[in-house]
Design a protein around this ligand. Structure first.
Ligand code: MG
Length: 328
């Protein structure tokens, strides 16, 4: 996870260039077309969070996108937006490349960092930063409306150590929701979780109980629940990362059952390639996803510990979904 954190930190804070688009000719995602699986005949809608391609999303982006399509993906959720560009590629140029590959840009991940934050891990939201935040999101939302995005999603949690911190974040998210909707992005603004949202914050009156109690005693409120309760359903939806929810010792199926109208998109993720760890019950997750009418999901892969490339991991994950009888 630190890799993703570092990545997004760079994207958001340092106006990083070149993380997604590397040196010319360095496209390593590419097996030759003849080496790859034939284009699937099954027509499943499968999204890919482009972060999953890692450093292989580089070089000849148009060619990489074509290969992404060839292994079975139909939709994209972008990472790496920075002031009118995706990595180093101009937005509209990127849109053309995606269209040429037959891929639909559905979503994009962008995080806002308080300019007064000392670093990304001390990103407390404050009331006085709201005007600047809304200005940032207006430009960001306008750009993504031009891309034809269906949704815009913040993937990283601002620092939340108290109920007060959570309340300010909810206030900011509600206001950003209005800005994103006003820009013409149909599903509006969403929030994506990791596992830290399942940590608990404790009110001062419960501090002693939290310190001295049985470690299994649940004192305080899970941050995820505070975000659900404190935001307006018409202004913020949730993109639940099912893997990080499990890593936060919670059940994504139960969350979907309890919040059928708030969770509107999913990250389908495993420890690495989908279906290989044995820790994720994707059959139940997909069953509940369809029961809730959730239409968008994106595969995410953060690492390949066995030395194979990220592209191969994305390919294996697509194969898993294409084969799975429970994926429509
Ligand atoms: Mg995720």
């Amino acid at each position: 996870m630190s890799t993703r954190r570092d990545f997004l930190k760079n994207m958001s804070m340092a106006a990083a260039a070149g993380l997604l688009v590397g040196k010319a000719g360095s496209a390593s995602a590419a097996n030759s077309v003849s080496e790859m699986a034939p284009a699937p005949t099954a027509s499943k809608i499968i999204g890919l969070q482009t972060y999953s391609l890692g450093k292989e999303f580089s070089g000849d982006i148009a060619a990489v996108l074509k290969k992404v399509k060839a292994i079975g993906y139909t939709d994209l959720e972008l990472a790496g937006y920075n002031n009118g560009k995706i990595g180093q590629t101009d937005l509209m140029e990127f849109k053309k490349m995606a269209e040429a590959a037959g891929l639909k840009i559905v979503s994009s991940h962008v995080s806002y960092v308080n300019p007064a934050a000392k670093n990304f891990f001390d990103n407390v939201y404050t009331k006085d930063m709201i005007p600047g935040a809304l200005e940032f999101w207006k430009k960001t939302a306008d750009d993504h409306a031009k891309l034809g995005c269906t949704m815009l999603v913040q993937p990283m949690m601002p620092t939340i150590k108290s109920h007060e911190d959570a309340a300010v974040v909810c206030d900011v998210f509600n206001q950003v929701g209005d800005v994103v909707k006003a820009a013409g992005i149909p599903m509006g603004f969403g929030y994506h979780n990791h596992n830290m949202e399942f940590q608990r914050v404790v009110k001062p009156e419960d501090a002693e109980k939290a310190k001295s109690g049985n470690p299994f005693m649940k004192v305080g409120d899970q941050i995820y629940d505070l975000l659900l309760a404190g935001t307006d359903p018409s202004k913020l939806f949730f993109e639940m990362d099912v893997y990080w929810t499990v890593m936060g010792q919670n059940d994504p199926v139960e969350y979907m059952k309890k919040n059928p109208t708030r969770i509107k998109a999913l990250h389908i993720k495993d420890r690495s390639v989908l279906g290989q760890s044995g820790m994720m019950n994707f059959e139940q997750i997909f069953k509940q996803m369809y029961a809730n009418g959730i239409k968008h999901y994106f595969v995410e892969l953060e690492n390949m510990p066995d030395g194979r490339t990220q592209f191969v991991g994305c390919e294996e994950s697509a194969k898993y979904l294409l084969k799975a009888p429970f994926v429509k």
